[in-house]
Design a binder for this molecule. Structure first.
Ligand SMILES: Cc1cc2nc3c(=O)[nH]c(=O)nc-3n(C[C@H](O)[C@H](O)[C@H](O)COP(=O)(O)O)c2cc1C
Length: 178
């Protein structure tokens, strides 16, 4: 197989781990949404997720102080709103209003669920030890919600510079992995 050298700055697009998600936070009754693709599963149960959230983002300060958020998983129909929430800041606008998204009340956290997303994970920060060095928040999922009617959710996966891969075909193979 012939290969060419690949720029290090583009490596993240090869390894993009999972669907692009929308992180909701809330402070003093004001909710915000941030688009995020840098996340990874770290444990099955309790589900534990590592997330890199830039300290330049409004979400960073809210999450650091409230220590809770919701990870909302959108599908293809929401793609433009996902990109919109990733190119604007809650410091300047109310993203729920601007992008026409609906807040639903969570059970365990003050941050709202995005009703239009097919799955929502209520999370708390369980380890903040790597926030200062890596902007890395370790979250534990307290409660998960899913729309049972969405059988093959067409999640979107960021490949860099506004290019997304859309989840498509599902295959099942014998595997010992849970
Ligand atoms: C597809 C996509 C993926 C993104 N992934 C991340 C991410 O993993 N971590 C991060 O800090 N910002 C990420 N961003 C950028 C933030 O969403 C963006 O800076 C946003 O304006 C922050 O909003 P806030 O200031 O309201 O928190 C992403 C943006 C897009 C469009």
């Amino acid at each position: 197989m012939s290969k060419r050298s690949f720029p290090l700055s583009k490596v993240y697009g090869l390894l993009e781990p999972g669907p692009v998600v929308m992180v909701t936070t809330a402070r003093k009754g004001q909710a915000n949404i941030m688009t995020m693709s840098w996340h990874t599963m770290m444990e099955f149960e309790p589900p534990t997720i590592g997330c890199v959230i830039s300290n330049q983002n409004h979400t960073f300060g809210i999450l650091k102080s409230t220590r809770e958020c919701v990870i909302n998983i959108p599908t293809l129909e929401l793609a433009e709103k996902v990109v919109g929430c990733g190119n604007s800041s809650g410091r300047k606008i109310d993203k729920f209003k601007v992008f026409g998204l609906t807040q639903a009340t969570a059970s365990f956290v003050k941050a709202p669920l995005i009703d239009e997303c097919y799955a929502n994970l209520e999370c708390k920060v369980v380890d903040g030890g790597m926030i200062a060095k890596y902007n890395l928040f370790i979250l534990q999922v307290l409660k998960a919600w899913i729309n049972p009617d969405k059988k093959d959710p067409r999640t979107i996966h960021h490949r860099g510079m506004g290019v997304f891969m859309v989840a498509g075909e599902t295959i099942k193979l014998p595997s010992k992995m849970k």
